[in-house]
Write a protein that binds this ligand. Structure first.
Ligand SMILES: Cc1cc2nc3c(=O)[nH]c(=O)nc-3n(C[C@H](O)[C@H](O)[C@H](O)COP(=O)(O)OP(=O)(O)OC[C@H]3O[C@@H](n4cnc5c(N)ncnc54)[C@H](O)[C@@H]3O)c2cc1C
Length: 333
């Protein structure tokens, strides 16, 4: 199996991976490789194709962009900086002692990559309420997870006019309610909890654009319909029955730490965050984690900044671990 040696390898070409790569490149580091299993640069932002609503806020300029617009910006910056990016390339396994990645790609087949430092920028994914078990009844057509809905919308230009209801009240639910509300009128948020999972700060941001109605403290729901979604029965103080055409099961974001688990690196079963002592040990070995994979799930621009900050730590590591006698490139920070 082929082995490639690099100074810096980054797993994930989302906002955080791109932010780190660009800062390292500006500081003069040239031997950088980014690997990503998606077929385009931009991570989750690249998936927001046709929801008709710009949601990626560039705090630095006060501009709000569509996800793919934001993703294309990152792609242009990486190309201009001449940073090597291999797409449709999945990292299957990580060996921390050797800092080696086992990789598979449709074009190049299976190979290994070794690096002086490895940056994990693998993002986060949605863990839905289904995994927490208070949803009963059928799973007929038109019951989606957020990402399924995004995928579906990426093949059509419009959301059909229909009654959408969302389960959950975390940031994703409010963000999606805002996008759907733009097209179909504010959807209903059905919640297991007494108080919303989304922070007050984020809710204030979304409320400026229309406030969705939230039904709190629902003990359980029963989905009705054989072929397609017909309604929802709520078990709460009033035991309402609600007509619905579409139900979206939203959740909270949990970091994609499974790849690190292949190396038996310990993480919390609940939050999926790497345990702090393990994280510290990894950093000492030249292995870093950034963006939403750290568990601090936030918007695209914050993830970009997180990558930018982590790049400084990588530079410090590379400087302090230079072999004796190794030449110093003044360009490199
Ligand atoms: C459903 C959903 C909706 C969201 N909506 C918004 C929104 O409207 N606005 C907003 O600002 N933010 C939104 N976010 C937050 C969004 O995740 C962040 O804004 C940003 O994309 C995080 O950047 P990141 O680089 O940390 O991770 P990501 O963007 O998730 O990028 C991670 C990258 O790592 C790659 N990767 C992971 N594992 C591997 C592997 N083993 N091998 C190779 N590649 C790998 C993935 O393919 C991906 O490209 C949403 C997130 C989700 C999940």
């Amino acid at each position: 199996m082929n082995v490639i040696q690099k100074q810096i390898v980054i797993i994930g070409a989302g906002p955080s991976g791109a932010g780190a790569a660009l800062r390292l490149s500006r500081a003069g580091y040239r031997d950088i490789l980014i690997l990503d299993r998606f077929d385009r640069i931009g991570g989750i932002a690249g998936k927001y194709c046709h929801l008709g609503r710009p949601t990626f806020v560039r705090w630095s300029t006060g501009r709000i962009l569509h996800g793919p617009e934001y993703a294309d910006r990152l792609a242009r910056k990486l190309t201009r900086a001449g940073i090597e990016t291999r797409l449709e390339t999945t990292v299957l396994r990580f060996l921390p002692e050797e800092k080696e990645l086992q990789v598979v790609s449709a074009r190049e087949g299976a190979y290994r990559v070794r690096a002086d430092t490895v940056l994990f920028a693998c993002g986060a994914r949605e863990r839905t309420r289904v995994e927490r078990g208070w949803i009963f009844g059928q799973r007929p057509a038109r019951v989606y997870h957020t990402l399924h809905l995004l995928e579906l919308m990426s093949h059509s230009t419009e959301i059909p006019p229909a009654r959408f209801h969302l389960l959950g009240s975390e940031e994703i639910a409010y963000s999606l309610a805002e996008k759907l509300g733009h097209v179909n009128g504010a959807p209903l948020l059905i919640d297991h909890e007494e108080s919303p999972g989304c922070s007050l700060f984020s809710r204030l941001y979304f409320f400026r654009k229309g406030q969705p109605r939230r039904i709190p403290a629902v003990r359980e729901i029963r989905i009705q319909g054989q072929q397609g979604m017909e309604g929802i029965v709520l078990k709460n103080a009033s035991s309402e029955s609600i007509p619905a055409d579409n139900l979206i099961l939203t959740g909270n974001l949990i970091p994609n730490t499974e790849l690190l688990a292949t190396a038996s690196i310990p993480f919390s079963a609940e939050t999926r965050q790497i345990l702090p002592e393990a994280l510290k040990k990894l950093q000492g070995q030249g292995i870093f984690i950034t963006g939403n994979m750290q568990g601090s799930t936030s918007g695209g621009e914050r993830a970009y900044l997180s990558g930018f900050m982590t790049a400084a730590r990588i530079m410090n590591y590379l400087k302090s671990n230079r072999e004796p006698g190794q030449s110093v490139d003044l360009d490199q920070g």
